[in-house]
Write a protein that binds this ligand. Structure first.
Ligand SMILES: Cc1cc2nc3c(=O)[nH]c(=O)nc-3n(C[C@H](O)[C@H](O)[C@H](O)COP(=O)(O)OP(=O)(O)OC[C@H]3O[C@@H](n4cnc5c(N)ncnc54)[C@H](O)[C@@H]3O)c2cc1C
Length: 479
């Protein structure tokens, strides 16, 4: 098995930037990604939007698409599944690791959310971008966050009748009150204005302070109930109305994907949006020597911050684990704390690239500040739990209704892990990725305390694996 200087997991904006930066600094880099094409969520199948990293990628990096990493052993041996139905196990070794596994949609349960035709906002966009498949003929887009805008305008541009966008928060006044965070983010403001213009052009109503609180239909969604919300997201009595549609795209932000860093024992923190994220220092180092993290894994902050973090991680890895050095190489060469953060390049690169590093640190800082503002403006507020009824499924994989969560708490379960053991919530195929956040909030609402959003991500197996693979019966390939 060949030993690479650096393995990068995830070929989204962060992983691409990390791979290219590290390879250009002289490391042998292997880049593994579960998807068939590079680009992650943002550049999904739109390679022309990010030509530089993608063009450089194939010349510089050992890029391996279709590799679903299910576990990483300290040291680091990376185990992935490839091939038809992802059935063939492969192993790869590297001296250092960058985890850039991104995030997934954050879902909240409501009556009818399990009907065919109800989909996450990210799922709707992926269908459109990746497969050019429209979710329906008349679609409602709902939830919270700026991501609803590209989803709605993308659907409209593809010829879908978008009935309305229902934003549960009231962003305009809130954003204006935090205008300081907009300084240095002119690009984001311009992007928002472009989406606003597209909504007008496509005649899509944008209703803030409203949410879809139920979906209705026999075999698939035929209509939704929309209610006006108070500031805490409790429906205003008498405001409910029915909107006909044949599909609903709904999203409440994103949840970082933490299975691999948690496996390795990386320390985490709770971000301003309530998500558990990997804790990193200024050089994107995690608490585990040799493991760096970048992009949404360290907090949801958008594509620019993800790229800056990826590049910083790649440069830091090259500085700490130079080509040919043993994996315990240890310390950053030429670290110097300054107001804008540490210099993280080796001395021989430092003079030429320090301006670039400053720029990266500044871009990351701007992205994080802007994200913190968005997290506050587009927070998930407690009143959503009042939309849930006794028979509303909280966990769709194991078909666990809300009343079973209530029963678990009444039996003494006071945290998410105990509720899982009592009720089977989070024990199905998705392993709590879909229902974990919501169940943590519901449990806290019933039992008291703050939501324990952290406890479902830690597991020895990050992705579904066949028993034959686990037992070592499947033919293994070392690469
Ligand atoms: C569904 C969705 C849609 C989004 N759409 C937009 C948008 O339209 N506009 C926008 O500005 N922002 C969008 N975002 C936010 C966007 O994710 C970020 O701004 C940016 O893409 C983050 O880059 P990243 O590299 O951190 O993660 P990602 O782009 O998510 O890339 C992570 C990569 O890691 C890979 N991966 C994850 N786990 C494994 C594993 N175990 N093994 C192998 N590979 C793995 C994935 O296949 C993926 O390619 C979206 C986010 C999500 C979740």
């Amino acid at each position: 098995m060949s030993l690479h200087d650096l393995a990068v997991i995830g070929a989204g904006p962060a992983g691409l930037a990390a791979s290219v930066a590290a390879a250009q600094a002289g490391l042998s880099v292997v880049l593994l990604d579960a998807a068939d094409r590079p680009g992650g969520q943002y550049y999904r199948h739109a390679a022309s939007e990010n030509p530089n990293d993608l063009l450089r990628l194939r010349h510089l990096v050992d890029y391996r698409p279709g590799h679903r990493v299910w576990t990483v052993e300290p040291g680091f041996t990376i185990h992935a599944l490839v091939g038809e139905r992802e059935s063939k196990p492969v192993e790869t070794e590297a001296k250092a690791l960058v985890i850039a596994a991104g995030a997934h949609d954050r879902s909240l349960p409501f009556p009818g959310w399990d009907l065919p035709g109800v989909m996450t906002a990210g799922g709707a966009q992926a269908l459109l971008k990746g497969n050019r498949v429209n979710l329906g003929r008349r679609v409602v887009v709902a939830g919270t966050g700026p991501f609803l805008l590209p989803v709605a305008t993308g659907l409209a541009a593809a010829g879908v009748d978008v009935a309305a966008v229902y934003e549960a928060n009231r962003p305009v006044g809130l954003v204006a009150a935090r205008s300081g965070a907009l300084l240095g983010s002119a690009g984001k403001v311009a992007e928002a204005a472009r989406y606003g213009a597209a909504l007008v052009r496509h005649r899509i109503p944008y209703r803030w302070g409203h949410a879809v609180i139920a979906a209705h239909g026999s075999d698939s969604v035929e209509a939704v109930s929309v209610a006006r919300l108070d500031r805490d997201w409790y429906p205003v009595p008498g405001s409910e109305r029915i909107v006909e549609c044949d599909a609903l795209a709904v999203g409440y932000g994103f949840t970082p994907q933490l299975e691999l860093p948690l496996q390795l024992g990386c320390a985490t923190r709770i971000d301003s949006d309530g998500s558990q994220v990997v804790a990193v220092d200024a050089a994107q180092r995690t608490s585990v020597p040799g493991v760096f993290a970048a992009g949404e894994t360290t907090g949801v902050a958008g594509v620019q911050a993800a790229r800056a973090e990826g590049e910083l991680a790649g440069l830091a890895a090259a500085a700490m684990y130079p080509a040919g050095a043993p994996s315990a190489a240890g310390k950053i060469v030429g670290v110097e704390r300054r107001a804008q953060g540490p210099r993280i390049l080796p001395d021989n690169l430092h003079d030429r690239r320090v301006g670039g590093v400053r720029g990266l640190l500044a871009r990351r800082g701007r992205g994080r500040r802007f994200a913190a503002m968005l997290h506050e403006v587009f927070a998930v507020r407690e009143g959503w739990a009042s939309w849930v009824r006794d028979d509303t499924l909280v966990c769709r994989c194991e078909e666990v209704p809300y009343r079973d969560v209530v029963a678990a708490v009444e039996l003494g379960a006071g945290d998410l892990r105990s509720v899982k053991l009592f009720s089977r919530v989070g024990m199905g195929w998705c392993q709590g990725r879909v229902c974990g956040y919501a169940t943590a909030c519901l449990t806290a609402g019933l039992a008291g305390g703050s939501p324990d959003t952290a406890s479902l991500g830690a597991r020895a197996i990050a992705q579904p694996v066949r028993l034959g693979t686990l037992a070592g019966n499947d033919e293994k390939e070392n690469t």
